[in-house]
Design a protein around this ligand. Structure first.
Ligand code: FAD
Length: 591
């Protein structure tokens, strides 16, 4: 069982050396959030993740949450860790100081979010959902509702859930049936059954605030008829009409209770406008989608750490070019080129995707804080484009990186005691919830790309062109040329798909996943070029940390030469299009 070590040096590299967050934040008027503050947030968060959370992760997996006659008991250690988390002020790190939060920009607290996911993803889901709910209520709630609920949600005294899914309505929220009837006092009575609700019930806190999508009487069918309601588990200490009927038995995240919730004329309050529920919920969902991407990243980081330790420790066979450690009976397995391939794949995906994700969060800060309306608009448009990519790419990659970690460990990886197989089991759900990765791809291509005629892609291409044009080390010229060609191909694929979709709407879904993967791999190439450029400059200056920066250059080379070529297959699939996906009847499949 490996304990987690926070990658502090990686955080500093991405946040300070590549993104230059301190300078960007100062330009946004946040001179109060300098390097020292960011580093101390990371240091304190690291202590919590390493010494409090990581040690309870396996218990969460082995013992899981327990259902006990209508209520849920969290795994051992989860409640104490949650109480410490709130006591230390972590619950409100993102929330506005108007409601008791710390008002930190995202780039300053997002490493903590990543560390919590690495250390114990199932535990982290409780506080992550609450952060999204706080955002939704802050943006869309009435002042009296905020005054009554927000502070306890911010401090973590009450956790929050997101209640969308029903038995007949998963991806298709237009099929939701839960109902809300107006009461004389201006509140509502909410009834219906919600399934798969994460942390829908538990004993971490006395109260839980559910954000529930339901229909008002005479609401139109489909998503336009949905409104959002705030429904507490308890009101002034007395039980409301919400019951947990059962929890699911599932593949991973055993520490996170996945609940069936029955609402029986439970008292609730409208958040936002009648019929505007989905728009309000999207505030929470966009936050959650980036957060799920961060779950993928957190698991990839933890799996990478496990692979590195094992590959340098485990001894089997001899290096092909002769013994590395002749005094020992065998060399460490990292001596074998195939093991290096696996570990470098993990490193190149994890570290490249970290920069992409953190860049997205920094765009969120710019979109929120900039005094320049045009800059806010631009950052918002770029962020909207990146949300589905970060969610789907980082979680799909987590399946690859965690599986590679198991492979690096050989048979021991398949055995529970090493802890590695948990990462793989935990990773899969991140590809499914918050909108499946297929749905993210359709969102990207339909709403974020084709709906604006590819304008967002052109905006992002201009950002990439700025990197290519400015002060790039001469040694990186071949990578810059490759990236330039790929950005041009991305534009060509966008045009091609746009023309086809105009003639046949089925073309969109037929190529969306390959299109998203293509875009994601190109963006991670951009990330690696930026990181390699900083590393090359540091080495040229004679910086003392040679190995760290050489490692960056090695991973960049590996990415460009061995991982980026995956885009050849994605591009071919996009060009092949929907004609390769005929509608088959059951008879076409042999039984
Ligand atoms: C552990 C766990 C925790 C969860 N937590 C929550 C929670 O806290 N709150 C909550 O509300 N829900 C939660 N969910 C539900 C989750 O968000 C849904 O499972 C998910 O959105 C997919 O819905 P579904 O399972 O009904 O699959 P379906 O919608 O039936 O989809 C099945 C398949 O069809 C594809 N598909 C469906 N429609 C389309 C389309 N239009 N275009 C292309 N492909 C399509 C999907 O991509 C998928 O591959 C959770 C689920 C699990 C398993």
């Amino acid at each position: 069982m490996y304990e987690y070590r926070a990658p502090r040096r990686e955080f500093a590299f991405v946040i300070h050396e590549v993104l230059e967050a301190e300078r960007v934040l100062a330009g946004l008027g946040r001179t109060d959030v300098g390097r020292e503050l960011i580093d101390s947030v990371i240091d304190e968060g690291a202590k919590f993740a390493e010494s409090v959370l990581s040690p309870i992760n396996w218990q969460g997996d082995w013992q899981g949450a327990r259902y006990d006659d209508g209520s849920v008991v969290a795994p051992p250690g989860f409640k104490a860790a949650y109480q410490q988390f709130c006591r230390d002020g972590w619950a409100g790190m993102a929330a506005s100081s108007d409601y008791g939060g710390q008002g930190l920009p995202a780039i300053a607290h997002i490493p903590v979010g990543e560390m919590l996911c690495s250390a114990a993803m199932a535990w982290r889901m409780a506080s992550g959902l609450s952060e999204g709910a706080v955002l939704a209520l802050t943006r869309h709630g009435s002042e009296p509702l905020k005054a009554r609920f927000l502070e306890k949600m911010v401090t973590g005294e009450w956790t929050c859930t997101m209640c969308l899914t029903e038995p007949q309505a998963g991806t298709d929220l237009g099929l939701l049936r839960s109902r809300a009837e107006p009461a004389v006092d201006g509140s509502f009575r909410v009834s219906g059954t919600k399934i798969f609700i994460s942390w829908g019930d538990h004993d971490l806190t006395d109260n839980i605030v559910h954000l529930v999508l339901a229909r008002l009487p005479q609401a139109p069918p489909g998503t336009k008829g949905l409104s959002l309601f705030l429904v507490p588990k308890r009101i002034d200490g007395a039980p409301n009409g919400v019951r947990c009927d059962s929890i699911e038995h599932k593949m991973g995240i055993h520490g996170s209770p996945t609940c069936v919730l029955s609402f029986d004329r439970a008292q609730g309050w409208l958040v936002g406008s009648a019929g505007g529920g989905l728009a309000c919920m999207f505030t929470m969902m966009n936050h959650a989608r980036l957060g799920v991407g961060l779950q993928g990243l957190g698991l990839s980081e933890r799996a990478l750490q496990a692979s590195i330790r094992y590959a340098f420790d485990r001894r089997q066979g001899r290096a092909a070019r002769g013994p590395l450690s002749a005094e020992q009976a065998a060399d460490p397995i990292i001596a074998h080129a195939d093991v290096r391939r696996m570990v470098l794949t993990q490193k190149a995906l994890t570290e490249g995707q970290r920069l992409l994700a953190y860049y997205a969060y920094l765009l969120g800060d710019i979109a929120e804080l900039s005094s320049d309306a045009a800059e806010r608009e631009r950052a918002g448009q770029l962020l909207a484009l990146l949300v589905p990519i970060v969610k789907a790419l980082l979680t799909d990659s987590a399946m690859e990186t965690t599986e590679l970690a198991m492979q690096v460990h050989g048979g021991s990886g398949y055995i529970r005691e090493t802890g590695v197989e948990q990462y793989l089991r935990d990773a899969k759900i991140a590809c499914i919830y918050e909108g499946t990765n297929g749905v993210q791809a359709v969102d990207l291509l339909g709403r974020k790309v084709l709906a604006n005629g590819g304008a967002s892609v052109r905006l992002l291409a201009a950002e990439i062109a700025a990197t290519l044009g400015a002060g790039l080390a001469a040694s990186l010229a071949p990578y810059a040329a490759t990236l330039e060609a790929q950005v041009a191909e991305w534009a060509e694929l966008t045009r091609l798909v746009g023309e086809r979709v105009a003639k046949d709407p089925d073309e969109l879904g037929a190529v969306a996943v390959d299109y998203l993967q293509y875009a994601g791999y190109v963006l991670v190439a951009w990330a690696w070029l930026r990181m390699a450029n900083v590393a090359a400059a540091r080495l040229a200056e004679g910086h003392g940390e040679r190995a760290f920066y050489e490692g960056k250059l090695a991973a960049a080379a590996f990415y460009f030469e061995r991982l980026l070529p995956r885009t050849l297959a994605f591009a071919a699939a996009v060009r092949a299009g929907g004609r390769t996906l005929p509608t088959l009847t059951p008879e076409h499949f042999a039984a």
